[in-house]
Design a protein around this ligand. Sequence first.
Ligand SMILES: NC(=O)c1ccc[n+]([C@@H]2O[C@H](COP(=O)([O-])OP(=O)(O)OC[C@H]3O[C@@H](n4cnc5c(N)ncnc54)[C@H](OP(=O)(O)O)[C@@H]3O)[C@@H](O)[C@H]2O)c1
Length: 316
Amino acid sequence: MRAAVVEEFGSPPRWTEVPDPVATGRHEAVVDVVAVGLHPRVRSQAAGSHYTSTDELPLIPGIDGVGRDAEGRLRYFVLRDTVHGSMAQRAVIDVRHSVLLPPGADPAQVAAVMNPAMSSWIALRQRVGLRAGQSVLVLGATGNAGAMAVRVARRLGAGRVIAVGRGAQRMAAADPDAIVALDDAPDRVAEQLGRAASDVDVVLDYLWGRPTADALRAIVPARHDDDQKLTWVQIGSVAGTESPIPSAALRATRLDIVGSGQGSVPATRIVAELGELLDEVAAGHFTSDVLTMPLSQVGQAWLTGTHGTQRVVLVA
Ligand SMILES: NC(=O)c1ccc[n+]([C@@H]2O[C@H](COP(=O)([O-])OP(=O)(O)OC[C@H]3O[C@@H](n4cnc5c(N)ncnc54)[C@H](OP(=O)(O)O)[C@@H]3O)[C@@H](O)[C@H]2O)c1
């Protein structure tokens, strides 16, 4: 079969001939790949920079996708293997880590949306246990995962949802209750953040780096009630993998900093959420602006710039 193969970290994959995959485990099956999302997580896998990377090369990138099983049914699947990914004509899946697509679901939409939507869905259900009416602030609400987090939080029962990111206009599409534009003057940003988040319960953080430290500096002194817990969930790190968090932030308020991702949420719990989330996606509650390209053009797709919340999906 043919697959996208990364031979060197930092170089785009090449569409080339590789041996056919073979299912060996009791729960394994080979699927014909139908659609695969080119998520930031896939780029970091292919760059060898994700925290789950094993440095092994060559590798086939792709962490999830939609495939057709031997019975002709479409399945959304997630892969745990860091080397044998889904950007190929066929892939070996663990059937327990897959769910059947509801009738009529669009494979390209599913492949585009599940990964970014899962980031906040799992964080709010598995790491926070969001209660109806609690307020949520999304730090980095302009990308696929961040913009979707505004919708996911609301769908899961959040009361007030605040979007924070660079570019007020881009955040308006998700219809948050309040917007703070990080590209405003620093004093104004700090003042607006303090006001907007003085009684927030949960922060979903896609940025990390400097913006996280700056946001804590603005929010912590503005908290109204010392007794109100603030759960800060580290989800993405588009602004930096390290953040100079002020020590006082942890002493001055009931701040819990937790992460949400592979490892901090056990695989069984991630998998247990897939069915319900897929139903939400199939029902059109969470959508993406999909740019489809043929799998065979993976090298070109790698170099294609996307705008806004557009997501490249490679299709068979
Ligand atoms: N833990 C999980 O379960 C999980 C799951 C999915 C995704 N993620 C992570 O979540 C992050 C976002 O993913 P995504 O799919 O939304 O990516 P995306 O669609 O590529 O969006 C990234 C967004 O971040 C913005 N951004 C970049 N640098 C910034 C900065 N310094 N300050 C403010 N905004 C900045 C970009 O805005 P500009 O256009 O202005 O650059 C863009 O809107 C990634 O780190 C991804 O790996 C985590």
